[in-house]
Design a protein around this ligand. Structure first.
Ligand code: CTP
Length: 405
């Protein structure tokens, strides 16, 4: 997304677009009112091959792509030329036109290429704004020093297009490294399921959902599009994750199947293996002297095994957990084959381990290649490690055509 501010250097934005497109980038422009005094929307549109946006309150534009979406659809926002006025507004969070609104609403990195008169650049107000913006994570390229259109000499010239293109390339490469799961769709199940006995009672597994929710959040931080299917938990929905709330195993299976296709599916939920075979409409009453209710159970679908066995739309990487109280690795190894999973993260959930409801976890990663023992670490660290492993495997798949199991 290229935001063209109002300065004489706006003409260089045209060459910048040309060079970016020559490198295979797609460029969409926002032209400020000031910028439109120096270059036309038609020139930007001809070179970018895309529509040019300018008006915050344009009904047609808003219906096609809202201004919030516009700012998030890009990988990077580039302000060139970034005028003293634009920098000041960005510093204060003023959003009084489409450009400044997009800059305030974006969740993407921002690169500014300042261009202004030397006195304006050196003014303490501008220098203070640049320091504040840098502290906010905004990057800068230039300005260069030299003769200026206004007849003065000094720093304030817009960086040359090749230097801006290079800075953009570096920022995009750094972004790819920080978001190794970008472009990947990940599905995660988490929490327990509740299987109703009657309208007020249920059967459930012990599960806080901490590990599954941490995995969903870690994958989202790594750039994945994440769908989290959660049983009843006392945790907030993780940021940047589409969370679907379910109660029972059967609802969890339906929601999982509806969320496909996905590149990766991680089954961290503690699904109740059985449910009462008849859910009464009325509360079972405790009558003095009467026999205790006879709960007969029926087996729930195994979500992991169902997805693992799919022929159509099976995720490339199917990852299960194995909650074991004894013979952890042996049981997990058998479970991997039985459930058709690529990887199993086995953990000891015996009462002595403190894993259930706690913040720490000791994982044994079981794959087709063998078993890897991870050190005891926080559930957030397990989640980050798993996200990185998934990114490595997906990366290998992209280059080698198969997932490294
Ligand atoms: N799982 C599932 N659906 C079920 C039961 C389990 O998707 N109905 C998934 C869990 O999310 C986990 C894995 O299967 O990823 C293993 O769960 P675990 O409770 O360890 O295994 P069980 O199937 O209960 O096997 P067992 O009772 O023999 O330990």
């Amino acid at each position: 997304m290229l935001i063209v501010g109002g300065g004489i250097a706006a003409y260089k934005a045209l060459e910048l677009i040309r060079q970016l497109r020559a490198k295979g980038a797609s460029v969409r422009c926002i032209l400020t009112a000031g910028g439109a005094e120096f270059v036309t929307a038609l020139s930007l549109s001809s070179l970018s091959g895309d529509k040019v946006y300018g008006d915050l309150f344009n009904l047609t534009d808003e219906a096609e792509m809202g201004h919030i979406e516009l700012s998030r659809d890009a990988d990077l926002l580039v302000v060139a030329p970034a005028t003293a006025n634009l920098l000041a507004k960005m510093t204060s969070g003023i959003a009084d036109d489409l450009a400044t609104t997009a800059l305030l609403a974006t969740d993407k990195p921002v690169l500014c290429a300042p261009a202004m008169n030397v006195r304006m650049w050196l003014h303490p107000a501008t220098q203070r704004n640049v320091r504040a913006l840098r502290a906010d994570g905004v990057s800068f390229v230039g300005p260069d020093e030299g003769d200026m259109a206004c007849g003065e000499f000094g720093p304030g010239r817009l960086a040359e297009p090749p230097a801006i293109v290079e800075a953009i390339g570096e920022m995009l490469a750094a972004g790819d490294k920080a978001r190794p799961l970008a472009g990947t769709r990940v599905l995660v199940t988490s929490g327990p399921t509740h299987e109703p006995i009657d309208p007020v009672r249920y059967l459930a597994n012990r599960s806080s959902g901490k590990q599954g929710h941490a995995i969903a959040a870690a994958c989202a931080r790594a750039g994945a599009e994440v769908v989290l299917i959660s049983g009843p938990v006392a945790l907030p929905d993780p940021q940047g994750v589409l969370t679907i709330h379910v109660e029972t195993a059967r609802e969890m299976l339906t929601a999982t199947e509806e969320a496909l296709p996905a590149d990766v599916a991680i089954f961290a939920a503690a699904v109740a293996d059985w449910r009462p075979d008849r859910e009464g409409d009325a509360k079972i009453k405790k009558t003095q002297g009467a026999a205790t209710p006879d709960l007969s159970l029926t087996e729930n679908p195994d979500i992991l095994a169902t997805i693992g066995a799919r022929k159509k739309a099976r995720p490339k990487l199917v990852i299960g957990f194995a909650a074991e109280t004894n013979d952890v690795v042996a049981n997990a190894t058998a479970k991997r084959t039985r459930k058709g999973a690529d990887w199993i993260l086995a953990n000891d959930v015996s009462p002595a381990s403190g894993v259930m409801g706690g913040d720490l976890n000791t994982i044994h990663l079981v794959t087709a290649d063998g078993v890897e023992d991870w050190p005891r670490m926080g559930k957030d660290a397990v989640a980050d490690e798993l996200a990185q492993r998934i990114a490595d495997a997906i990366g290998d798949r992209r280059t080698a055509g198969a997932v490294k199991a």
